[in-house]
Design a protein around this ligand. Structure first.
Ligand code: FAD
Ligand code: EPU
Length: 351
C-alpha cells in the first residue's frame, strides 16, 4: 500500500536490501520518502506510524540490519538543494545543503567553485544529512571543522531547531545526534568553507600519492583525486561486495596501555587522540594480528583487502554478520585487552 500526501509518500512493507550497502535482507514495516522537510511533523502524526520506532535512512552505508524486519517507520529524506548563503571575495563561503544531497557530489561542487576544505573527505559514501551524525572523517580531516550549524526536526519538541556546531558535540566518529539516535532528523547542514587555506597532507601516504600522480601541485582538486585513488585501492567497493566501510572505530585507550602494547608489539600503529593522556590504536592492525584478515564463514567475512571491513560475500544475514563481528571483538579483547566498538548503527540488536 502506498499513500501520498503533500510533501511525502508513505508505503508499507518495503524491502531494504537495495537500501543498505551491506546488502542484507530486511524490510521496513513503514517507509516514508520525504520531499519537503516542513511536512515531517504531519508525517510523524499519521495515525499508522505515530509513536513507532523511527529510523532515518540515507544511503544505508553505515547501518547493519540485524533483524529481518524493522517494525517501525523508516524516514528517507529526498530534498537536496544547495544554496550559497555568502560568497564575498576574500572571505570564506557559507553554504546550506539539504540532507539528501549526495556527499561526494557536494565535495566536487564546492571544489569546482573554489571552496576548500572538503577535499580530504572525497569519496565517502552517503548523504550530506548523515555527515554530522558520526562526524565523518578521513585523511586527517573531520567534517565538524567545516560545519557551522545543523538544522533538524526535534521529535521531543516537535519543532525545527538550529544547532550551532559547538552544540553538536562533535568527537571522533561521534556527535550529539549519534548519542540520541531517535531524537533529531537532520534536514540541512551549513558549512563555512575557506578559499585560501593550505591543503592538509599530514595523513601518511597522501603526499606520496601526489608524487605518484606525477608530482602535481597539492591543490584541493588534486588532493581530492589523490584521496580517491588511495581509497579505491584500499577499501572494498560496496558495488562489488557488501560492506559499510570500517566496522569498528579505532579504539582510544589510556596512554599507559598504549605504551605497554607498543612494547610488546612495536609494529602496532598508534595515533594522537586529541588528549595527551590517551592514544588511538589501529583497529585494523589488531584484527589482522589476531588472524582475521580474509576470514570467511559462509557469506560473512573480513575483507582480505582491509581488516577493519566486515563483508557480505552474497547471502549473509545481518545476524550472521553481527555474530562474526562479536567474535572478532572478543578475540581482540582476549589477545590485547582492548575493547572494540562498532562504528555503524546496528538496527534491531545491541552489540
Ligand atoms: P546511513 O547509513 O543511511 O545512516 C547512518 C546513520 O546516520 C544512521 O544511524 C542513520 O539513522 C543516521 N542518519 C542518516 N541520515 C540522517 C539524518 N538526515 N538525520 C538523522 N540521522 C540520520 N565514514 C567515515 O566517517 N569516513 C570514511 O572514510 C568512511 N568510509 C566509508 C567507506 C565505505 C566503502 C563505506 C560503505 C562507508 C564509509 N563510511 C565512512 C561510513 C559512511 O559513509 C558514513 O557514515 C556516511 O555518513 C553514511 O551516510 P548514509 O547516507 O549512507 O547514512
Ligand atoms: N592496517 C593493517 N591491516 C589492514 C589495514 C590497515 O594493519 O588490513 C594498518 C596499517 O598499518 C595502516 C593503518 O592500519 O597504515 C591505517 O589504515 P588506514 O589508513 O586504512 O586507516 P584506518 O585507521 O584503518 C581510518 C578510518 C577510515 C578512513 C581512514 C582514512 C576509522 C574507524 N576508520 O581507517 O574510515 O577512511 O582512516 O582516514 O577511523 C569508515 O569510517 O568507515 C572509514 C573507512
Amino acid at each position: 500500500m502506498t499513500s501520498s500526501r503533500a510533501g511525502y509518500a508513505l508505503a508499507r512493507d518495503v524491502p531494504l536490501r537495495p537500501r543498505n550497502t551491506f546488502r542484507v535482507d530486511a524490510r521496513a514495516r513503514w517507509f516514508a520518502t520525504v520531499h519537503d522537510a516542513p511536512s515531517l511533523s504531519a508525517l510523524l502524526e499519521e495515525r499508522d506510524v505515530r509513536g513507532l520506532p523511527l529510523l532515518v535512512l540515507g544511503q544505508g552505508s553505515n547501518v547493519l540490519f540485524a533483524e529481518p524486519w524493522f517494525e517501525g517507520l523508516v524516514v528517507h529524506l529526498a530534498c537536496d538543494d544547495l544554496s550559497v548563503l555568502q560568497d564575498a571575495p576574500g572571505e570564506p563561503a557559507a553554504v546550506r545543503v539539504e540532507a539528501a544531497h549526495d556527499w561526494d557530489t557536494l565535495v566536487d561542487r564546492t571544489l569546482q567553485r573554489g571552496m576548500r576544505g572538503l577535499e580530504n573527505l572525497a569519496l565517502i559514501p552517503g548523504q550530506v544529512g548523515a555527515a554530522p551524525i558520526q562526524n565523518i572523517g578521513a585523511y586527517g580531516v573531520e567534517v565538524g571543522e567545516f560545519i557551522t550549524a545543523v538544522l533538524a526536526f526535534d521529535r521531543m519538541t516537535h519543532a525545527m531547531v538550529r544547532l550551532d556546531a559547538v552544540d553538536c558535540g562533535f568527537g571522533y566518529r561521534d556527535s550529539l545526534f549519534k548519542r540520541e539516535p531517535e531524537r533529531r532528523i537532520v534536514v540541512a547542514v551549513e558549512f563555512r568553507l575557506p578559499r585560501d587555506e593550505a591543503t592538509r597532507l599530514e595523513y601518511a601516504g597522501l603526499h606520496e600519492e601526489l608524487v605518484a600522480m606525477g608530482g602535481v601541485a597539492p591543490t584541493p582538486r588534486n588532493v581530492a583525486t589523490a584521496v580517491r585513488r588511495i581509497r579505491r585501492r584500499k577499501l572494498p567497493d560496496p558495488a562489488e561486495i557488501g560492506n559499510a566501510g570500517s566496522f569498528f572505530k579505532n579504539p582510544v585507550v589510556p596512554l599507559d596501555l598504549a605504551v605497554a602494547l607498543r612494547e610488546q608489539h612495536p609494529a602496532l600503529p598508534t595515533y594522537p587522540a586529541g588528549d595527551t593522556r590517551q592514544r588511538k590504536l589501529s583497529a585494523a592492525w589488531l584484527i589482522a594480528e589476531a588472524g582475521w584478515r580474509g576470514f570467511r564463514e559462509g557469506d560473512a567475512g573480513i575483507s582480505a583487502q582491509h581488516a577493519l571491513v566486515l563483508v557480505n560475500h552474497g547471502a549473509a544475514t545481518g545476524a550472521q554478520l553481527l555474530g562474526l563481528a562479536r567474535r572478532v571483538a572478543e578475540s581482540v579483547k582476549a589477545r590485547f585487552g582492548v575493547r572494540l566498538e562498532p562504528e555503524p548503527r546496528i538496527v534491531g540488536a545491541a552489540f
